[in-house]
Ligand binder design. Structure first.
Ligand SMILES: [Mg+2]
Length: 343
């Protein structure tokens, strides 16, 4: 039987190898919540929440107080009926990353119970995914050096953070592309530009022949009208990240024809909304990428299995575990340079 009898919550702090700077924000560490579900036969399922105040409005300090409430709602339910538990967790709007961790722990427990990896429970569309790696905001020289290092390591897709200074950003991308000829780039402004700046940036990239495959979240999260203007005036594909947290956000983005891509993060939407977004976006012919917050290897495992199982992501940005100091690798996947292989 796959009945839930207990659930443990544990906080863990991970330091970034070096401070990770994006537009108007810098992170030194990520304090994550580890969820362990225990079934009546002793099987355990694990999930991890990496909270974000900036994107989700979450505070880790509030998480421990949710444990008793959530356990009260799901205790005695069978993980084989996981849609029932997913629906209950959809009510937890105050903590999307906790919803993700509990929903994933349910799938992980089911996976152990059945002897089938989660990516195959989700469809087994692919046996691996390829990730980019991110260059945070720094001086031009620091960013070029970091990008060159990644390119030499074998990362063919490099994500570059921009959004603090348009002219400087254009110079940085120019220098990075000179140093990493043949690479493709995801450029992420993390809400830092105005409409005019975003269109200028996109046109300058295009004019210089810089191979930007996705231009992520140029505008503030709520500015969907502006995003649409950028989309129809940008030669680069425009993606929503901060604007696309739940299935309802994505429904609106599709209706408004505001984006070419959506960046799904399990930490914003949980597994249930991520599944809904996958179906909506593929039906509407919107491109998909998958990203992360500050997940450790345990948390990134969730997205590796989700992305491999569904097989719909054109680009994967699952690099946070490479940026954190972690004593022990605990993901259910292997890494071969940029390849992440679910196990
Ligand atoms: Mg982003």
């Amino acid at each position: 039987m796959g009945k839930i009898v207990d659930m443990l919550f544990e906080l863990k702090e991970y330091r970034y190898v070096k401070p990770f700077r994006i537009a108007h924000n810098v992170a030194d560490s990520s304090t994550n919540l580890e969820v362990t579900l225990i079934l009546e036969n002793g099987v355990e399922g694990k999930g991890e929440a990496a909270p974000s105040y900036r994107v989700n409005g979450e505070r880790i300090e509030t998480f421990m107080s949710l444990r008793d409430f959530i356990l009260g709602e799901i205790k005695g339910l069978d993980v084989r009926n996981y849609r029932v538990i997913f629906k209950i967790m959809d009510g937890l709007r105050c903590a999307p990353s906790v919803k993700a961790a509990v929903q994933y722990a349910v799938l992980d427990a089911l996976s152990v119970e059945c002897g089938v990896p989660v990516y195959q429970l989700l469809g087994g569309a692919r046996d691996h995914v390829e990730t980019d790696k991110t260059v945070g905001i720094g001086t031009l020289e620091e960013m070029v050096e970091e990008a060159r290092k990644l390119w030499r390591e074998g990362f063919t897709l490099i994500k570059v953070k921009v959004g603090e200074d348009l002219r400087e950003d254009i110079r940085k991308l120019e220098a990075i592309s000179d140093a990493t000829k043949g690479a493709k780039y995801i450029v992420d402004a993390n809400t830092g530009y105005t409409v005019k700046e975003a269109i200028t940036f996109a046109r300058e990239m295009h004019a210089r022949g810089i191979d930007v495959v996705v231009f992520e979240q140029p505008l503030p999260a709520e500015d969907i009208d502006g995003l649409k203007i950028v989309r129809f005036n940008s030669p680069l594909p425009v993606a929503a990240d901060e604007s696309a947290r739940t299935r309802y956000d994505v429904l609106r983005l599709i209706k408004e024809e505001a984006v070419d891509f959506v960046n799904i993060k399990l930490m914003k939407s949980g597994i249930s909304d991520a599944l809904a977004i996958v179906e909506m976006a593929t039906t509407a012919n919107i491109g998909l990428m998958i990203g992360c917050m500050g997940e450790s290897s345990l948390g990134i495992s969730q997205s590796v299995h989700f992305a491999s199982g569904t097989g719909v992501f054109m680009y994967c940005d699952l690099d946070s575990f490479l940026m954190l100091e972690e004593k022990e690798f605990r993901g259910k996947f292997r890494r071969d340079v940029n390849k992440l292989i679910p196990t």
